[in-house]
Each structure stands twice: as C-alpha cells, then as structure tokens.
Unconditional design. Structure first.
Length: 298
C-alpha cells in the first residue's frame, strides 16, 4: 500500500450509512475491512517505534528475573540465555510486536467498539460505555499486580534448583511465562465486570450471589491456585484477595441494580415476568368495524 493510499484510508469515513441509518451487507464488509487495515497499520507503526526502544523494553521484561536472582543471592546459580543463531532477531521482533500491540490497544479496541456500537440500542450504548471505561483500568491494575508478584514467584520456582546444579533460563520460555502471568492477572480482574453484565441481563441476581458467596470465594481461591503459573502461595493470595474484593463490590452493585429494577416494577404495577391483566368484559364489536372501507367483509 502506497503512502497516499494509507492517508486516504485514514481520511475516508468508515461508516457509509443510508438516510435511515442502515447499511447494506457490502457496506458493513467494506467498513470492517477499512477498520482492520487501519488497526494493522497502527500496530505496525507501534512495532517500529518499539524497535527503537528495544533495550528499555528488554530491561523491563528482565527486571522481575533480575530481582528474583538478587533475592536468591549466592544460594542458587542461575543465568538467562538465548538459544540459536536466529534467537536474538526473533526475540527482538517478538518483543517489539507484543509491545506495539499493547501500546496501540486503545486505538484498535476503539475500532472494534466503533464497528459494534451502531447496532446497539441507546440503553445498551450507555452501559457499554461505562463497562469500557471500567474494564480498561481494571485490566491494567491486574497486569500491574501480576508484574509486582512475578519476582516472588520466580524466586520460589528457581529456588527449587539443587545446590550442585545451575539453572539456565531460556529467554523465550521465560517471556512466554512472563506474558502468561500478566494476562492471567489482567483477565482475572475482569471477572466482576462479567458478573455485573449477567446481573443486568437478568441471568443472576444479587440475592443469589449472596446465597452462594462462600462457595464463590472458595472457587476464587481454587481458580487463583490453578491459574497462577507459579506455585507459591504469595502469588495465589495476591490474585485471590483482589478478586474476592472485586466480587464483593460486584455483589453490592448487583443488589443495587436489583433494588432499582424492583422499584421500577412496583411503579409500573407489575413485573416483567408477570402477565398483564385481562379484560373479562370486553366491549362489543360493531358490525361496521368488520368491514373494509370499500364495504367488503374482512
């Protein structure tokens, strides 16, 4: 794609709807293609920028390992290495690609949002805006907590190395462990958002969450123990305790939503699951109402 084509891609409006706001299937596909191309171009730009910041990114990724190495001291000998002649190049491309993907996530997430939002109702748009605004900071908070506890997890795992052996950490495997750990924490912090969504959809109520609160908390700790790549209890607690607190907050919000919904049902006179009253004394139908304006029987 030429430079002029890239400029034209970003200048051309993605949405080409008709007068009534509807779009043909071909227009939807063209809009989807334009948004995908825009996202790919921006991600590639972010990857190129990350290549110039490769040394800083590498230090950021290696910092948890170096901290764990310092905590272990001379009791365990460990060293990070890169395998293969093409390993350094692949490492640089992989690290820069993931950094570009993460750094440009606000833009390509907005492209997904802008493609979906025209098909939503006004009430759905309002709620989704709230959840988009909350989901992002929660994910970042989860990643930050995962990055904070990662050195302790590495210290425990590497600490199992026998005294007569040296632990060699292959960087590609370490980087996969690093990204997996942060993703687990980031996604786990999003679980309360899904709980509130289920409550708004009427699938689960705040009262039901309260009844099964003890079992849900036990399930949170079991999930934290199974999801964290490291086996130390510190990492499990650092994941389970914030998840438990977020679940309790989501239960409170669910109860408030249920109370508001119940109040609205009382004002309306009947709930959504109740049948409307029947008229047992209907008015008689006039014979003229059964005829068409032309005089023909219906």
């Amino acid at each position: 794609m030429s430079a002029a084509g890239v400029v034209r891609l970003f200048r051309t409006p993605a949405v080409a709807s008709g007068a009534d706001g509807r779009m043909a299937l071909a227009d939807h596909l063209r809009e989807l293609r334009a948004r995908i191309l825009r996202s790919v171009v921006v991600i590639c730009i972010g990857m190129v920028v990350a290549l110039f910041l490769y040394d800083h990114l590498l230090n950021l990724v290696l910092r948890p390992y170096n901290e764990a190495k310092d905590m272990l001291g001379a009791s365990v000998q460990t060293k990070a290495y890169i395998k293969g002649a093409g390993g350094p190049l692949l490492l640089q491309l992989k690290l820069s690609g993931i950094a570009g993907l993460v750094a440009t996530s606000p833009y390509w997430l907005y492209q997904i949002w802008a493609f979906i939002v025209p098909g939503l109702h006004a009430n759905e748009r309002r709620w989704t805006k709230v959840f988009v605004a909350v989901a992002g900071p929660l994910f970042v908070a989860g990643v930050a907590v995962g990055y904070y506890v990662l050195p302790k997890g590495l210290e425990v795992l590497i600490g199992f190395t026998p005294a007569k052996l040296e632990n060699l950490v292959e960087f590609s495997e370490y980087f996969s462990f690093f990204t997996r750990m942060l993703l687990v924490f980031g996604i786990a912090f999003e679980i309360p958002i899904f709980v509130i969504l289920l409550n708004l959809a009427g699938v689960v109520s705040g009262k039901a969450l309260g009844e099964y609160r003890a079992w849900i908390i036990v399930g949170v700790f079991v999930f934290a123990a199974a999801a964290t790549p490291s086996t130390d209890p510190f990492s499990m607690l650092m994941l389970a305790l914030p998840m438990t607190a977020l679940f309790l907050v989501s239960e409170v919000i669910a109860r408030l939503v249920d109370r508001r919904r119940h109040r609205a049902e009382e004002e309306a006179g009947f709930g959504d699951d109740e049948a409307s009253p029947l008229d047992y004394n209907p008015e008689p139908v006039e014979a003229s109402d059964l005829d068409d304006p032309d005089g023909h029987d219906r």
